[in-house]
Design a protein around this ligand. Structure first.
Ligand SMILES: [Cu+2]
Length: 482
């Protein structure tokens, strides 16, 4: 367990409590103190963070499929916040954007963990970039009995931080682009040699759950000497799992993979990212004698593809783009976009209290205001974007067309849907390699992706880019489900 012995035992205890409860009351009751802390990324490098219960990532919530979950969020921060249950299907009034928690207040979220899978929870209070970048994220795991049959079930939350050598937050981005990229990358809040090794015995079969909590960074991972068997995308089991040597996660995405421990006692391998110098390097240590080969407990589900979906004309075509604003000082502009930007800046400066919090004032998404970039859906910037009207229980097909290819800033956009999840129907008109269900889909620059879904819960749900600079900068719309 990369959380380390302490973390894993903590997780195991939490799980044990939950499982004990689930056997009796069928309920998990969790309290989250949302508070500022100091977190050590590695010996000699600590930074001020915002946390769920004092750790990065926050307390993992581990429950069983079908369990009732009550989470009390207590806000000790000087700013308003909320909690979004990323990927979980919950009632509309129990999801973050509709349930803010003011400073000093608390809220008890309650819902049923309907479907097993690897999810996560994070702040969705705008500017979302600031709150997630400060550390307000954590895993949310809904387990099945099969998960307990792996030799190890490991949660690996990926993130990046932009800090100076003393752990002070730096403004802007480490990569010279407009999005906020870090110069230090972490697994479960630790970087470099502070990352605890995973320990394998020859013959074992380990389950790894990757969660990309970065606000903009993609992470590509590989394990020398081993292949990955991908079993779940964004928590959803694949009808046809597949083998690969490398996986890439866009911001917001999750992947569950199996790794067969086919090394030998005493060997050490490394699970690394494509930017190893930034610190993601997880040692895999073989210790102990070989065990009988562990067989995968994963059972592929039956196909649940929507009939005739490939031929259906999209109900909506959403063009993803960006525009360069003239000047921030030009508030005489009458477009809603201009007003939105002005509103965002007002919010950043007053409502979020960053100015009084010295550390935070440097951390504003200046890229948005300073660069003057706006991120658009069908040419409009949230909240001026046109909401989508859908009927609960009826299949909706949407085409995301990434036309953000002009000029200096072509970007992929990982689009995330709240309230349900979707089938990936096609990529540039061609069917995907395998039936795939997700809640966050990367739409590459210049390409288009069709997805289809059924809203299960009525209410107003968000649809937005999970590069949080883009989300805060306007690439968001609402789905009104009735
Ligand atoms: Cu984007």
């Amino acid at each position: 367990m990369v959380y380390g012995k302490k973390w894993w035992s903590c997780l195991a205890t939490a799980a044990l409590v939950v499982f004990t409860l689930s056997a009796t009351a069928q309920a998990a009751d969790i309290k989250l103190d949302i508070k500022e802390s100091v977190w050590e990324l590695k010996p000699g490098l600590s930074t001020t963070v915002w946390t769920y219960n004092g750790t990065i990532p926050g307390t993992p919530i581990v429950v069983h499929e079908g369990e009732n979950v009550i989470v009390e969020g207590v806000n000790h921060l000087p700013v308003t916040t909320n909690i979004h249950w990323h990927g979980l299907v919950v009632p509309n009034d129990q999801d973050g954007p509709n349930r803010v928690i003011e400073p000093g207040a608390s809220f008890r979220y309650e819902f049923t963990a309907k479907e097993a899978g690897t999810y996560w929870y994070h702040s969705h209070y705008r500017p979302v970039l600031t709150q997630v970048d400060m550390g307000l994220y954590a895993p949310f795991i809904v387990k099945t009995n099969a998960d307990d049959k792996y030799s190890g079930d490991h949660i690996l939350v990926l993130d990046d931080w932009y800090l100076d050598e003393n752990g002070n937050r730096l403004t802007g981005t480490a990569r010279g682009t407009m999005e906020r990229y870090g110069n230090i990358e972490t697994v479960n809040g630790k970087t470099g040699e502070a990352i605890e090794p995973l320990v394998f015995k020859p013959g074992e079969l380990h389950k790894l759950r990757f969660i990309n909590a970065s606000t903009a960074a993609y992470h590509t991972l590989q394990l020398d000497g081993h292949s990955f068997r991908v079993t779940h995308t964004d928590g959803h089991p694949l009808v046809e799992p597949y083998m690969t040597d490398k996986v890439t996660l866009a911001p917001g995405e999750r992947l569950d993979i199996e790794v067969a421990a086919d090394g030998k006692e005493g060997q050490v391998y490394h699970l690394t990212s494509d930017r190893p110098a930034l610190g993601i390097n997880i040692p895999i240590e073989y210790k102990g004698k070989a065990v009988h080969q562990v067989v995968s407990p994963f059972i592929s589900p039956a196909s649940k593809s929507f009939p005739g979906i490939a031929e259906k004309t999209p109900d909506y075509v959403l063009e993803l783009g960006s525009t360069m604003m003239t000047k921030m000082s030009d508030h005489t502009g009458t477009t809603g976009a201009m007003h939105d930007m002005a509103g965002m800046n007002h919010m950043m400066n007053s409502e979020s209290g960053m100015v009084t919090n010295g550390m935070q004032s440097k951390d504003m998404p200046m890229n948005m205001s300073m660069s003057g970039m706006q991120w658009t859906i069908n040419g409009k910037v949230f909240p001026e974007t046109d909401p989508l009207q859908v009927t609960v229980g009826k299949v909706v097909k949407i085409r995301f067309w990434n036309k953000d290819t002009q000029g200096m800033h072509p970007m992929d956009h990982p689009i995330h849907l709240h309230g349900t999840y979707f089938q990936v129907v096609s990529l540039n008109g061609a069917p995907p390699e395998r039936e795939t269900w997700k809640d966050t889909i990367n739409v590459p620059a210049g390409q288009y992706v069709d997805v289809a879904f059924k809203m299960e819960e009525p209410g107003t749900w968000m649809l937005h880019c999970h590069i949080l600079d883009h989300e805060d900068g306007g690439m968001m719309t609402m789905i009104e489900a009735k």
